[in-house]
Ligand binder design. Structure first.
Ligand code: SF4
Length: 304
């Protein structure tokens, strides 16, 4: 039984073979770090979630070749250039054009994926993404994390839902695909609240969703709150319970880009069970088989 529409299977359909991601670091920062909105960053963020990303500097091709060596053992001839670190559209549009156009020129790069924030997508940047999307597919990944305002304030996300909705609408008007990140296990959120976030993302019309377990990492303000007993981490069973329900409320055509994430192991404080990602994925798959999880089973489309 196929429980969900995985990214791997979609890429095989689209490109005829397995496609690997190259994690790249374009040297960006974020408005929640550079003082525009805040200087502390999001409460859980230890450095832009780009631990494994290769810095591009002034030489995109060398960075791509270096990143290819990191996935070399896995083989592959087609790659997605994934600008993962910090806010991938937070720079002057000319700099973005230079970086991303050069990236797409690489013959083995078949698509471009850019992680960013919805409040960092001015019209000229969206126009650029649309232009690039006519050369090769471009995806924009938006870190929504939660639909709940109180949690959004606690994590210092820095923008309201209306900004997210506006960004998704403008990206879709130009044909750029949207992938939305949500975090499972944020302090104070119940199972119902997390499923509500998944339902909201499902209704947003995004093409893809990425699930991420909340990692408590050394050096973050979240770690401070964790040590002060402000919240408890999820158990593996608890994580799977939430994940199963989230998968079932999203539509069958939404691509599941990730079931959980990789934390920086040396900085991981909790949950320690998440350090063994292979084991976690095995447990998730076992539970999906046992519980006959089926994406879309509880998806309720708008009738209006
Ligand atoms: S989570 Fe993203 S937006 Fe927030 S500080 Fe980290 S890189 Fe910046």
């Amino acid at each position: 039984m196929i429980h969900y529409r995985s990214l791997n299977s979609c890429l095989r359909e689209q490109f005829g073979e397995k496609v690997y991601k190259l994690a790249l670091d374009g040297g960006f920062t974020c408005p929640t770090r550079d003082g525009t909105l805040d200087t502390r960053g999001c409460i859980f963020c230890a450095g832009g979630s780009g631990e494994f990303a290769v810095p591009v500097g002034n030489d995109v091709n060398t960075a791509i070749e270096t990143a290819k060596k990191i996935v070399a053992g896995k083989g592959g001839k087609k790659y997605i250039a994934y600008y993962q670190s910090f806010t991938g559209t937070y720079a002057p549009v000319d700099r973005l054009r230079d970086l991303y156009a050069k990236t797409l020129l690489h013959p083995e790069v078949v698509a471009l994926s850019i992680a960013t924030r919805p409040d960092c997508l001015p019209d000229e940047v969206i126009a650029l993404l649309a232009e690039l999307n006519r050369i090769k597919p471009v995806w924009v990944e938006l870190g929504l994390q939660t639909v709940h305002e109180s949690t959004a304030q606690y994590i210092r996300r820095g923008y309201p839902l209306s900004v997210f909705e506006d960004a998704v609408r403008r990206l879709h008007e130009t044909g750029v695909a949207v992938i939305v990140h949500m975090i499972i296990g944020l302090p104070g959120e119940t199972l119902e609240m997390m499923v509500e976030t998944a339902r909201y993302i499902a209704k947003s019309g995004a093409e893809g969703i990425k699930f991420q377990l909340l990692h408590v990492l050394e050096g973050t303000d979240l770690a401070q709150d964790y040590r002060n007993g402000r919240f408890c981490e999820l158990s593996l069973e608890g994580y799977i319970r939430v994940l199963e329900q989230c998968i079932e409320v999203i539509p069958t055509d939404m691509v599941v880009h990730r079931l959980t994430g990789d934390g920086a192991k040396r900085d991981l404080i909790a949950p320690l069970w998440s350090a063994d990602k292979k084991q976690v994925l095995n447990e998730i798959n076992r539970a999906f088989d046992r519980d006959l999880v089926q994406q879309g089973r509880r998806w309720i489309p708008d009738t209006a």
